[in-house]
Design a protein around this ligand. Structure first.
Ligand code: NDP
Ligand code: A1CAB
Length: 464
């Protein structure tokens, strides 16, 4: 490596943070296995990425910086209550990321902690990085394509391609809806404003979007299901398919669990031992609580409960998620960024997820029923069925868009349609006589209650 022209100068915060993010993305602990050639390759990749981001450090400088960071980490680990000063200025800023890198539940970690105890260095020596000592490789729970591919490029820009690996366990309607939404093009980019800031629902704090995932590529998505019957449509999108849930987990950073609620315990038991700190597990199963999911997965697993709905497929979904005990704000931001093409994405307390299931997950079916009934009314009055259905769907679409875009209360818009003594009020009167309002409220209520019941059942299933 030619280091000429690369000056020795102090590392700044941004540079160090980027370096650590790169190492984290490359799954540092997994890649560094004591084999010099492979270790060198990892630092070369980091060097390329740093250079691309405008930070010019030689491979040896990167190795030495890593050695210092590691040494600071071990110091703090040895003396958690009153850590000795480290050679890294502003160490506290990097501590969390270092812990994430060093304490991933990977077989190497235990060995690494012991063997690196004396691995300390001073910042002012330029350090012979080739002296770095790394533990020998241990058997790994699963092979991982991501970490083999050291030529990945981190692209944080939302306009650019993302290297995030997405997995779906279950290849049904909802998995397909989310996959289609995630892979959809630019036109859906409406939920992530220029400022990257969004105002959330009442009762939820504003959240700055700290993650912009970028364009997810079909090659970075994998889906599993026991049979092939649903896999074809994923393949048509360029998505890789498999019958192995473990393969999906091992090759993904974000894993959507999209099987029927009663199968969630079975699936989580199957994948549990393959989950590491790199993973965000997102359950979309109706009713299944975060407590159930977390109980079935290793301690500290980052779990998120998401309730999407089918219109994700056309980028008009309404999605609500709640973060689990170990899911940080940035995990939520990453999910939000990943899903922004699926439609409206909101975060809320878990208690709202079952309600959202009734309102929106199931609610789309209530709207379809209404659309169908509208069309059938027209057929009864003599209109050809195809035309009646086409007009009914456009009516629902138009009413929905106007409702959303005008920001008006539905009662206000309804009154704007009603001419006194005109047609609409006659029709509305008939609907009220039929109890449509009470029936609709009861539908949301029953669907919510059913979600709660499914949650209790899956919790009991998980305990068996
Ligand atoms: N449909 C919707 O509108 C919504 C659904 N949800 C939730 O999404 C989840 C999935 O629902 P939906 O997509 O409708 O269901 P589907 O029946 O369409 O799909 C279920 C999928 O799970 C697969 N599967 C079954 N057993 C396993 C297993 N052991 N490992 C891996 N995959 C398995 C099935 O495989 P195969 O293809 O071989 O049959 C199928 O692909 C549910 O929990 C539901 O509550 C949430 C919001 C809305
Ligand atoms: O009917 C169901 O159980 C799922 C959850 C919400 C929509 N479909």
């Amino acid at each position: 490596m030619d280091d000429s022209g690369i000056k020795k100068q102090n590392w700044d915060v941004k540079e160090t943070e980027l370096f650590l993010e790169i190492l984290k993305e490359l799954d540092m602990k997994k890649c560094l296995d004591g084999r010099k050639v492979r270790n060198n390759k990892l630092f070369k990749v980091a060097h390329r990425r740093m250079t691309a981001a405008g930070y010019h450090r030689s491979v040896d400088q990167l190795k030495f910086r890593w050695k210092l960071l590691k040494s600071a980490y071990y110091k703090c680990k040895r003396e958690p209550d009153s850590p000795a000063p480290t050679k890294i200025q502003g160490w506290w800023r990097y501590e969390k990321t270092m812990i994430a890198i060093m304490e991933s539940r990977h077989p190497l970690v235990g060995a690494g902690v012991n063997s690196d105890r004396n691995d300390e260095a001073t910042e002012d020596s330029d350090g012979d990085a080739s002296m770095l000592h790394w533990p020998q490789p241990q058997p790994q729970p699963c092979s991982d394509n991501t970490t083999q591919n050291l030529d990945l490029i981190i692209k944080m820009d939302p306009e650019m391609d993302s290297q995030l690996k997405i997995g779906f366990i279950g290849a049904g309607n909802m998995a397909f809806g989310i996959a289609k939404g995630i892979l959809s093009g630019e036109s859906g980019k409406k939920n992530l404003g220029n400022t990257g800031r969004e105002v959330l629902s009442e009762g939820v704090k504003d959240l700055t979007v700290v993650s912009t995932v970028g364009n997810v590529l079909p090659v970075n998505v994998k889906v599993s299901a026991p049979s092939s019957r649903n896999l074809g449509r994923f393949q048509e999108l360029g998505i890789a398919v498999t019958h192995s849930n473990v393969e999906v987990v091992c090759g993904s950073d974000v894993v959507f669990v999209a099987v029927k609620p009663h199968l969630v315990p079975l699936v989580l038991n199957e994948i549990s031992q393959h989950i590491t700190d790199r993973h965000i597990i997102v359950s979309v199963a109706a009713g299944v609580t975060l407590a159930t999911v977390e109980e079935l997965l290793p301690e500290n697993t980052v779990a998120i409960r998401l309730m999407p709905n089918l219109p994700c497929m056309v980028q008009e979904g309404a999605l609500l998620f709640a973060r689990g005990t170990h899911a940080k704000q940035e995990d939520g931001a990453l999910l939000r960024s990943l899903l922004h093409r699926c439609g409206l994405v909101e975060e809320g307390p878990e208690a709202w997820i079952d309600i959202h299931t009734g309102l929106s997950g199931s609610g789309v079916a209530f709207v379809y029923l209404f659309a169908e009934a509208l069309a059938e009314g027209a057929v009864k009055m003599g209109m050809p069925s195809a035309l009646a259905h086409s007009i009914a769907s456009q009516t629902v679409l138009g009413a929905g868009r106007l409702l959303r875009d005008s920001g008006k209360h539905p009662a206000q818009l309804r009154s704007e349609v009603c001419t006194p003594g005109g047609t609409t009020i006659y029709g509305l009167h008939t609907l009220e006589q039929g109890g449509v309002r009470a029936a609709t409220m009861s539908a949301v209520e029953s669907a919510t209650e059913r979600a709660r019941e499914l949650g209790r059942k899956s919790a009991a299933g998980g305990r068996k």
